[in-house]
Each structure stands twice: as structure tokens, then as C-alpha cells.
Design a protein around this ligand. Sequence first.
Ligand code: GLY
Length: 351
Amino acid sequence: MKGTHLILPSARVSSLARLNRLLKTKAYAHAKYFIFVDENSYNYCLSEVVARVEALQEAEFVELPIGEECKSIEIAAQVWQTLMESGADRNSVIVNIGGGAVCDLGGFVASTFMRGIRHINIPTTLLAMVDAAVGGKTAIDLAGVKNVVGTFHLPAAVCVEPLFLDTLPEIEKMSGTVEMLKTMLVGGAVESIPAGWQDLLTAENIRTCVEIKDAVVRQDVNDHGMRKILNFGHTFGHAVEAYSAMQGNGLPHGYAIGVGMLCATYLSVKKLGLEKSLFNALSGYVSSLFILPEYTLKDAETMLSIMRHDKKNGDGEVRCVLLQSVGAAVIDVAVSEMEIRDALLAYAKSL
Ligand code: GLY
């Protein structure tokens, strides 16, 4: 499989300088570039990219609405139209500069325009650097359902420039470290869970996370098997995220996934014999970021009904990724409704 050209943080040459070099190679000769940005990446990151990557100095810009709002069929249609009117062809390249939403929409447009053109992701949020920008999942939302229409279309290149971390609010970085920890746990790349998020947020760890994700994706691009390990904590986490939004106090994605990882780790101890010390260390880490919500039986029932409708549960049964040990994730573990209630009620206490 032709994979993605990864440009990852290195102490020697900046990532944007290496992207500059890549775009001077034969593979990109005569390419016409379209840069997709949102207001944030336009304000805080675009000038840096254009200043350092010569090939992008003549690019056309497409400005997208901020966040999930850009992931609609209406926006996709407007962008297809813009590309057509601007003379985009099969040699054109879409360059997504932004967070997960820009990468999802831009990747979707790239995968469908003229039956698929190349795209390059330059993620500007931590979550996008370690997750959304890598692995070729593209998507738009439909009728309020997130990511329900999409494709698998690997980016031609991903350029992770740690400079952009300085443009982010602290809470976004803290939240993003939870996804990093997820990848490092399933990828076997963490010996002990650090006490503080600053210890986790290093260029080397970002590099490790992207490499783990890329290696997993190469084995299962279409998400039929082992790629599911990257959903560790997400079955619970998506329900927690949706429930917190319903209650009007939406948790940042990474925090919701943190709660989800604790629930999944709790069940891993109960069902697969995972060491309790890992649960306790993870609990210490996540609760150093924010106050863990404690749930009542009524809360748990609502989250259970959200989980029953999760598109990932193919046959009506709730299935989770659990951990036997660090680096040994087990996919598709059926969990009963009783176990789900138990985890949601007990996850915030130590074991
Ligand atoms: N975010 C999980 C995946 O890309 O498979």
C-alpha cells in the first residue's frame, strides 16, 4: 500500500522546511494548490506556512466555517464548485491547515473531487496532530449524526509542526494529551503514566503517537480489524461526550475520552485481569486534568441508550476495546448492560 509521507517533529530541521523540500520534488511538479483554512488557522498559522513553504505562495485559499459546522454536504458542494470554477484538476493538491474538522472536510472533498485528488494535512491542534490528520478517515455529518458520510482516503503527506502548539489554549493541549496516552497505551509505548500533562506533551511523544497510528493504519486502513484498537475508550467516551453536551456542560473531546478510557480500563481489570495499578495511575492522570464527573443510575441509563445507538455496535450488542496489558488491546469485547452501568458508576473511585 502506498502510504502517507510523514513529516514529524525533529530536532534538526523544522517540519515546514521539510514540507518545503517535499513540494519541490518531481511528484509535486506542476501541482496547483488549494489551501483550506478556518478562521483560527487563517489568523494564527497560515502566514507561517506560506512564509516557509514556497510552493504554497501562489495557492488559492478556501476559508471554511470553524469547527463541526464545516462538515456538511452544503459546504462540501460549495467547495467542489469553487475547485471546479478555479480550474482544479487531477494534479491539484488540497492542503488542509487546521484541526480535525478542516482535515475531515478537506480530506472528504479531496477523496471525491474528480474521483480523488491528493491532499496534505498540516494539523494545527494537538488532537489533529496525533489522530484526525493521520490515517485517511474523512467525513461529513448528516442530520446531526457525526461522520456518517465519509471515505478512507490517505493523505499524500502529513506535516506535524509543533510550533503550532503555541497557538493553542492550555485546555486544548491538556485534552489532547489524553488521546496521546490512549495511543501510547494501545501501542505499548508507555512504561509508566506520567504524573503531569506537560511531561507527556513532548515532540518525541507526538512523533511516537503518529508513528503508532500510521503503523496500525497500514495494517488495516478500512477499519475492519486491528485499527479498532485506536478506539480504546471511545465507546464510553462518545456517550460521555454526547451526554455532557445534552446537559449543557460539554466536556472537551479528550476529557470525555479520558472518562471513557477509565471505564474501559475498569472493565479491563474486571474482565481481562489488567493490573489495578494501571487503572489507578490512569485515574490519577485524568483527574489531574479535570474533576471527574460522578454519575447516578439515571445518568448511566441515558449513556447506555446512547451507546446502544453507536454506529460501531454492528449487531445490537455493545462492544468495546479493552486492555489485557499495555500494548495488548483486545477488540470487539462484548460488554453487558450491567457491566456498562457498573463501570459508569464506579470508574471515578480508585480500585
Ligand atoms: N480515530 C481512530 C481512527 O482513525 O481509526
